[in-house]
Write a protein that binds this ligand. Structure first.
Ligand code: NAD
Length: 554
């Protein structure tokens, strides 16, 4: 391959029980960094891009090599500092401190826009970390599958508990969007997913997230209606540009019940404008970024206008956290915000309980370890049928990408119980090597993102960004193995601040103590954030779980 970027090569996480670093926390960071760039996991590994447009794991290949070498050498009382994907220092700390502290893509308020970011990126001074790309806990499309399953489950709940007999129309089969077809079929429905990159359609079929591909709008509609009428779940990938296909489907009066979107609209250079050939995308965006951005935004306006048209025709329509409403509004479409974001519509009640995307990866590489943890979760929460159904279906339907991993949404109290149980399984040898336990930044108390996670907060505190910063600080103080603070994930520059944590269950008593604290305090931040914003559901959870909130004492 002559045109690979300098230093690019194929990487994959080490497997097994042998340490290549000086402790399991360092080893876990090393394996998870490699895992993020495993070709099975990353969307564009040669460019170090993991998912979400240009979300990267390290700034460049030299930085990757220096991070890996430093992690192998790092002592159990040292901390590696990573600034936007580049290792910039090693500090003496202590054994309760994180082994890695990461800050990605942060810019001062007035400078926090794509233009300035790209100028700095071109100078080699920063990188876009997305959420779990730059914080080394992306686990492939399964990571978002559970959240998407929860969201479509909530849509189904409004229709008697199932999506049977409905057609969902959406776009984008990338790292995140690729979860949509399977989440719809797991809830019994039919999905048509528009995607302009044929290789993404093939990849989702290969990974069993997508059932079929249609060569034309007519074929997609015929397959969808047949399956809907037979009340048979089916997902169909349709090659095309969403900004052209959605208006056309609306014009034809297509029988669509639910509409959303997961193209990479948060980054105008990662959204293909109508009329631009897929093959010309990269060169055109690189040569004329301003013109490309203007055309992408105009196309998003047409795309969102069609979504509003479906809403007017009676469909359930929601924004799936990619900022497409904001971009369409910028392009001058006044009704862009007529439909809601998915968080206020479906997810906030779960956030009030401290619920969010808890996930773990088996550092051994052995799927039997995840099977053992799956049983442990079902044993811990036998009364939670929704959770048990998910774990069973995930075991059957989810093909692992990279290290075997699992995700399920757990709340306050539940996460700590699961983490402690996992640590016992490692200690007893029932699980063959340590587990890395983390989460998405899209969580209950770790993000400020007014177009997504904190849209329409009850007290109007949508843009208050103290919460994710406190979240990162409290996880650092509680014993997490690595902690990250990012800007711009999910919805783009200037629109979000968010934090992540990963903690390693290595079977030691020290790990048990750290896990108890981190997995209590991390979701606890979400509960107190929602109490502060005036949600009674969160107040009930705080009381039940004994969370102390000074303003409610005395
Ligand atoms: P990605 O870049 O991996 O995939 C985006 C896909 O959209 C690509 O396959 C691309 O070919 C396709 N696309 C772009 N323009 C198109 C067009 N005009 N018509 C049809 N297809 C087009 O990104 P991803 O990781 O899948 O994330 C998708 C979006 O969802 C991002 O904006 C991301 O920030 C957002 N997101 C949402 C959530 C959530 O919970 N809802 C979570 C994470 C990310």
């Amino acid at each position: 391959m002559t045109d690979r970027p300098s230093g690019a090569r194929t990487v994959r996480a080490p497997r097994g029980t042998e340490l290549t670093a000086k402790g399991w926390q360092q080893e876990a960071a090393l394996r998870m960094l490699h895992n993020n760039l495993d070709p099975e996991v990353a969307e564009h590994p040669d460019e170090l891009v993991v998912y979400g447009g240009t979300g990267k794991a390290a700034r460049d290949w030299r930085s990757f090599d220096r991070i890996a070498a430093t992690l192998r050498d790092l002592e159990g009382d040292e901390t590696l500092l990573v600034q936007s994907g580049r290792p910039v220092g090693v500090m003496r700390t202590h054994e309760w401190a994180p082994r890695v502290l990461i800050a990605n893509s942060n810019l001062v308020g007035d400078w926090a826009n794509w233009e300035e970011f790209r100028r700095l990126e071109a100078l080699g001074l920063t990188m876009y970390g997305q959420m779990t790309a730059g914080s080394w806990i992306y686990i492939g499309t399964q990571g978002i599958l559970q959240g998407t399953y929860e969201t479509f489950g909530a849509v189904a709940a409004k229709r008697g508990g199932t999506l049977e007999g409905t057609i969902t129309l959406t776009a984008g089969l990338g790292g995140m969007g690729g979860a949509q077809p399977l989440a719809v079929t797991m809830n019994g429905g039919v999905a048509i997913v528009v995607e302009c990159d044929a290789s993404r359609i093939d990849r989702r079929i290969e990974h069993r997230y997508l059932d079929a591909r249609a060569e034309s709008i007519d074929e997609a509609l015929r397959l969808a209606v047949e399956a809907r009428d037979a009340r048979r779940p089916l997902s169909i990938g349709l090659l095309g540009n969403a900004a052209e296909v959605l208006p056309e489907l609306l014009r034809r009066g297509a029988p669509i019940d639910i509409v959303t979107d997961q193209t990479s609209a948060h980054d105008p250079l990662a959204y293909l404008p109508a009329g631009v050939a897929f093959e010309d995308w990269k060169d055109y965006a690189a040569a004329k970024p301003e013109e490309f951005t203007r055309r992408a935004r105009e196309s998003m306006a047409a795309h969102v206008q069609a979504m509003v048209g479906f809403m007017d025709a009676g469909a359930e329509v929601f924004d799936y956290g990619n900022s497409i409403r904001g971009e369409a509004k910028t392009a001058g479409f006044e009704r862009a915000f007529d439909f809601p974001g998915f968080v206020p519509a479906y997810i906030r009640p779960l956030f009030c309980e401290g619920k969010g995307p808890f996930r773990w990866a088996a550092l051994s590489g052995d799927p039997a370890d995840i099977a053992r943890t799956d049983r442990a979760v079902m044993d811990l929460f036998p009364e939670n049928e929704h959770l048990n159904r998910w774990i069973r279906m995930a075991g059957e339907k989810v093909a692992y990408q990279g290290l075997p991993a699992r995700i399920c949404w757990l709340g306050q109290g539940e996460r700590a119980a699961a983490g402690e149980r996992f640590n016992e399984l490692v200690a007893s040898g029932e699980v063959s090597a340590p587990l890395a336990i983390g989460r998405d930044h899209l969580d209950t108390g770790s993000v400020a993102s007014p177009y997504r996670e904190t849209e329409a907060m009850r007290d109007g505190s949508d843009a208050i960004a103290d919460w994710p910063l406190l979240n990162a600080l409290v996880n650092t103080a509680s014993g997490a193995s690595w902690v990250s603070i990012h800007h711009g994930g999910g919805v783009g520059m200037g629109r979000s601040l968010h934090a992540g944590q990963v903690s390693v269950a290595d079977g030691t008593e020290l790990a048990a103590q750290k896990l108890r604290r981190v997995l209590t305090n991390d979701p606890g931040m979400g509960v107190i954030r929602h109490v502060d914003a005036g949600y009674p559901e969160a107040e009930a959870v705080a009381e039940r779980e004994g969370l102390r909130i000074p303003m409610r004492e005395g």
